[in-house]
Structure formats: C-alpha cells, structure tokens
Ligand binder design. Sequence first.
Ligand SMILES: NC(=O)c1ccc[n+]([C@@H]2O[C@H](COP(=O)([O-])OP(=O)(O)OC[C@H]3O[C@@H](n4cnc5c(N)ncnc54)[C@H](OP(=O)(O)O)[C@@H]3O)[C@@H](O)[C@H]2O)c1
Length: 279
Amino acid sequence: MRAAGVEAFGEPLRELSVPVPAPRPGEVLIRVGAAAVNPADLGMVAGRYRWADPVRFPLIPGYDVAGWRADTGEPVVGFTLHKATQRGGYAPFVSLPEDLVVPLPATADITEAAALPLAGLTALQSLDALGPDVRTLLVNGPRGAVGGFAARLAAARGLTVVSDDSSPVDAALDVIGGAAAQAAFDRVRDGGRYVTVVPEFWVPGGPFTAARGIDPQVISVGYDRASLLALVRHHAEGTLRPRIGTVLPLSAAAEAHRIAARAPGAARISGKVVLAPDL
Ligand SMILES: NC(=O)c1ccc[n+]([C@@H]2O[C@H](COP(=O)([O-])OP(=O)(O)OC[C@H]3O[C@@H](n4cnc5c(N)ncnc54)[C@H](OP(=O)(O)O)[C@@H]3O)[C@@H](O)[C@H]2O)c1
C-alpha cells in the first residue's frame, strides 16, 4: 500500500510503499477513510516529540482514523495511540488493538469522525482535571481543535466559558502555551484551577509552578474507551461538530503538514486538516 511517512526525522512526508499490515490476534484491520492531522504528528516527524520507545522507521504518523473494519465493513473510529503503538493512520490500512477502535453510527460522517479522538480525549481529560467546583472557565484558543471541543463540552456541563473577558475566572484551560499560557494563568482567581495541554518541552514559557494557590496541571492525553464512545455519542447528538478546514489526498500529506504548521507560502486554512486515502 502507499502510505505517507518519513525514513528519518526532519524529512518532509512522502509516499512510501509498505505492506498492508497483518492484524495480530486481538487486532482490527481498518480501511482508513479519513485520518486527521494533529500538531503532535508534526512534532513527531520533526523529531521534537518525547517518545516512550525507540522510534521505528519508516515513521507513518497519524493518531486519528475513521473508516471501516476490513472484516465486516462496519464504520469505526480509532485512536492509534501512536506514541505507544507507532501505528500511524496516514495509510490506506492500519491495524489496531480492538480496544482502540469503536463503532460509529451508520450515518456518521467519516471525515468529521476522524477529527474526534485526539482532540476530544484531550478536551475531556482536561475538563475532568478541573474538578467539580469550577463555574467559569477561560479557554484561550476556543477556535482550535482541543479548545473548541473543550468549550463545547464545558458549556454542555453547565460551565460559563469565556475567551476574552477580563474578569477573574475560576479556572483556565491553556491550549496555546508560552505567553498566552501565562496570560490565561493570570486571569484565574486566587486558589482557582489551571490546566495546560502544552507542556514546557513543547512550547516553553508557560506557568508550571504553583502561585497564588493555583497548582498548574499538565495534561498528557491517555486512552480511555468510554471517553471515545462518549465523543462518538456527542457527535451523533450534535453536541460536538468538528470544524473541518480541508480534506486532501494522502499523496498531499507533506502539504497538509505545511498547512497545519502555517508554513510560509502554504494555504491559510482555519479548521482541521484531514487526509483521505481514497481521494
Ligand atoms: N498534552 C496533550 O496530550 C495534547 C493533546 C492534544 C493536543 N495538544 C497540544 O495542544 C495544542 C492545541 O492542539 P490543537 O489540536 O487544538 O491545535 P489547533 O487546532 O491548531 O488549535 C490551536 C489553537 O491555538 C491558536 N493559537 C496558536 N498559537 C497562538 C498564539 N500564539 N496566539 C493565539 N492563539 C494561538 C490557534 O489559533 P488560529 O487558528 O487563529 O491560528 C488555534 O485556535 C497543540 O500545542 C498540541 O500539540 C496536547
């Protein structure tokens, strides 16, 4: 099959011929209909990601896939848990442990479903980390994938979500890092809550030590099947609608990364960049 990947850190993505994966016992082979591009994919290819294990090349990125089970044809969405499995979704097929794959309603939009897992799980886990006593929440990047989902899910939980109001808030969720992270922290009332999904090694300069009775928490997304099922439910009910910016063929994966990185000369696109092997 023709996947998109690199043979070494720092290379632009290119088409690679690799075997169709043979599912091991307990795995599901997915025919990929859509694979979403995430900032982590860019960092992984560039070599600035903190991997759990030595990296195997060719490196095929991609945390988020939606498509169909190759055995039954049932529509599914999968979280590749790339940093642990090193199974990337930028390919016509990916084999994943059964636990990482959940069914989709027959009517689900495959492109939108592919945009759910990484950003959605991160948003849910960030909100859970805020604890129960938060009524007002600042999300500093509500137009992004994680920030957008977090804002929607927080509102669905009854929180008042703000992005640019200047009054103190009970809690802030930082999805940008650096100076924007510090500005968000400064908006939190004394003794409030502050959660960031942007660790120091990713974007330096955010607040990571306690001050004014606020103890910063750094979220590192983990997999949780019940949460992925909940995201699919929210999507089916219309609570979560990913903003799709553009859908490109797998052969344009390098351009997709340039767009996602807002590289000079790349198209300026707001919303999720998605790769579609069948395009
Ligand atoms: N810790 C974890 O487990 C975890 C998991 C998922 C994601 N993340 C991280 O979370 C961050 C957001 O991810 P995402 O998927 O939501 O990305 P995204 O969809 O690209 O969203 C990023 C948002 O931040 C805004 N933004 C970026 N730089 C900014 C700046 N300097 N000032 C103001 N706004 C800025 C963007 O605004 P524009 O659209 O206007 O540019 C956009 O709304 C990334 O750093 C990603 O690596 C961490």
